[in-house]
Design a protein around this ligand. Structure first.
Ligand code: ZN
Length: 242
């Protein structure tokens, strides 16, 4: 089965549309949360995910918008975007976000937004931060998002670890490891200095994961953000990819 794995769309419809076009031939698409927050099209992004019946888990921004997560640890720009999203989101889409699960187990892999220890809040950026999640994994493979930086960490059979960031078209052979954690990067707000939308493809038969990037109309999104007065910092960072 060929899966498309997407995460951190962040109300960026242009980026989502570009990625979905690339994934039109996969068997199933899975989403790792943060459908909303930061960008100008929260309703359109939620509705696209709902319409395509894409299994999705909750991200911290989704739960911030539904007021089920305290946002004291959010920075001022993120808080401003949450507040704006709360003003425009429809009741039906709010209800959808409220009901998203925190973890989904699929065909020999599981998905969570941040980490299995703290699904909505913890960032995994290195091996030591990955260890508690490796311990909690019920499957050999776990896909995560949240940092907006594509990366993989593999636990080898001898107990040692491999880890690296993932660039466009890089592959990971999951079968080489006892357990693997893969961050697929962000569709709508990449932070690894590559502003193109990030997503993954996973073949559960060959156990090969590949990371991909696709360009989208960043200027169009920036104009929409400006029109609704979202913070300038959030507008600028899309083009910088950081
Ligand atoms: Zn995010």
């Amino acid at each position: 089965m060929l899966y498309g794995i997407i995460s951190d769309i962040h109300s960026n419809l242009e980026a989502l549309t570009s990625v979905l076009k690339q994934l039109k031939n996969v068997d199933k698409i899975i989403c790792l949360g943060d459908v909303v927050g930061y960008g100008p099209n929260p309703n359109e992004c939620v509705e696209e995910i709902r319409q395509l019946k894409i299994p999705t888990i909750a991200g911290n921004h989704d739960r911030a918008v539904t007021k089920d997560l305290v946002t004291t640890w959010f920075n001022a720009n993120a808080k401003a975007a949450v507040k704006w999203t709360q003003q425009v989101i429809t009741l039906e889409n709010l209800e959808y976000l409220k009901n998203l699960p925190e973890v989904i187990v699929e065909d020999k892999f599981e998905i969570v937004h941040g980490s299995l220890r703290s699904p909505l809040e913890e960032y995994i950026t290195n091996i030591s931060e990955a260890i508690p999640t490796f311990d909690l994994m019920t499957q050999p493979l776990c896909f995560i998002g949240h940092t907006h930086r594509p990366m993989f960490i593999g636990l080898k059979n001898d107990g040692n670890f491999d880890g690296r960031t993932l660039k466009d078209n890089e592959e990971v052979f999951v079968g080489d490891y006892e357990k693997v954690i893969i961050n697929v990067g962000s569709v709508g707000q990449p932070r690894d200095r590559d502003p193109r939308a990030s997503y993954g493809a996973y073949n559960s038969k060959t156990k090969i994961f590949s990371l991909h990037r696709v360009a989208y109309d960043i200027v169009k999104v920036q104009k929409k953000m400006k029109a609704v007065n979202l913070p300038q910092f959030l507008i600028d960072r899309l083009a910088a990819g950081r």
